[in-house]
Design a binder for this molecule. Structure first.
Ligand code: HEM
Length: 194
């Protein structure tokens, strides 16, 4: 499947289930309190959209899992993300099927609420996977980014603000150009692929 991008389309698929399924559970809870309103029908539409979206997110996630470049530490977080996502989708599926057969039944809503917390957790971990562990970013691109950033961030107090010399006085040359990347070695340098 070399024609697929490395993320396998996963980032395109995750947002629909992340929004639609917790909202569906919320509307089912509202229908429990106010049986006369349109809440249950609205929830049904969201359940359908959300479960189709979850199937797409899980499929693309599993494909991406087997092909993205990642480190050993990143591998652990990615596996946790997968397990939390699969558990959450399973709970939501149970809730979605049960509410079909038995309308306005609070235990189904409770299971859906647990699944919603789970899918939000999976979304958070997905962010960690990408934004902290740079999973899926090719190593040569990462190296280029480190070179282009000159190894500095934007959290340091700019020189002159405190009246003190900057802690890292080698971070730019006299013309203000960034110095090459420092020697900060990431804790986890071992590459990992499946
Ligand atoms: C409904 C379930 C899932 C949700 C809501 C979800 C959510 C996310 C999110 C929000 C990200 C960060 C990237 C972005 O912002 O788009 C992400 C990344 C990732 N997820 Fe998931 N995920 C799900 C299921 C899975 C599963 C079952 C796997 C299987 C291992 C997986 C593997 C990955 C991988 C490898 C990445 C990093 C690379 C990429 O984005 O493709 N995900 N996920």
């Amino acid at each position: 499947m070399s024609w697929l991008p490395m993320h396998s389309g996963h980032p395109l698929m995750v947002h629909l289930p992340l929004v639609a399924l917790p909202l569906a559970v919320l509307l089912d809870a509202l229908a429990l309190r106010r049986p006369g309103g349109p809440w249950r029908q609205m929830a049904t539409v969201l359940w359908l959209l959300g479960l189709v979206g979850a199937a797409a997110a899980v499929t693309t996630g599993l494909i991406a899992y087997n092909r993205v470049e990642h480190s050993e530490v990143g591998h652990g977080v990615m596996t946790l993300h997968r397990n939390v996502a699969l558990g959450a989708v399973a709970l939501l599926l149970v809730s979605g099927v049960v509410r079909w057969r038995r309308a306005r039944w609070w235990p189904a809503i409770l299971v859906g609420a647990a699944g919603s917390v789970g899918i939000a957790g999976a979304g958070y971990l997905g962010g960690e996977v990408v934004f902290r562990h740079a999973i899926g970013i090719p190593t040569e691109v990462l190296e280029q980014v480190v070179r282009e950033r000159g190894g500095h961030g934007h959290t340091a107090e700019p020189a002159g603000v405190t009246g003190e010399a900057p802690a890292d006085s080698e971070s730019s040359d006299t013309a203000g150009r960034p110095a090459p990347a420092h020697e900060h070695q990431p804790q986890d340098t071992s590459g990992h692929s499946h």
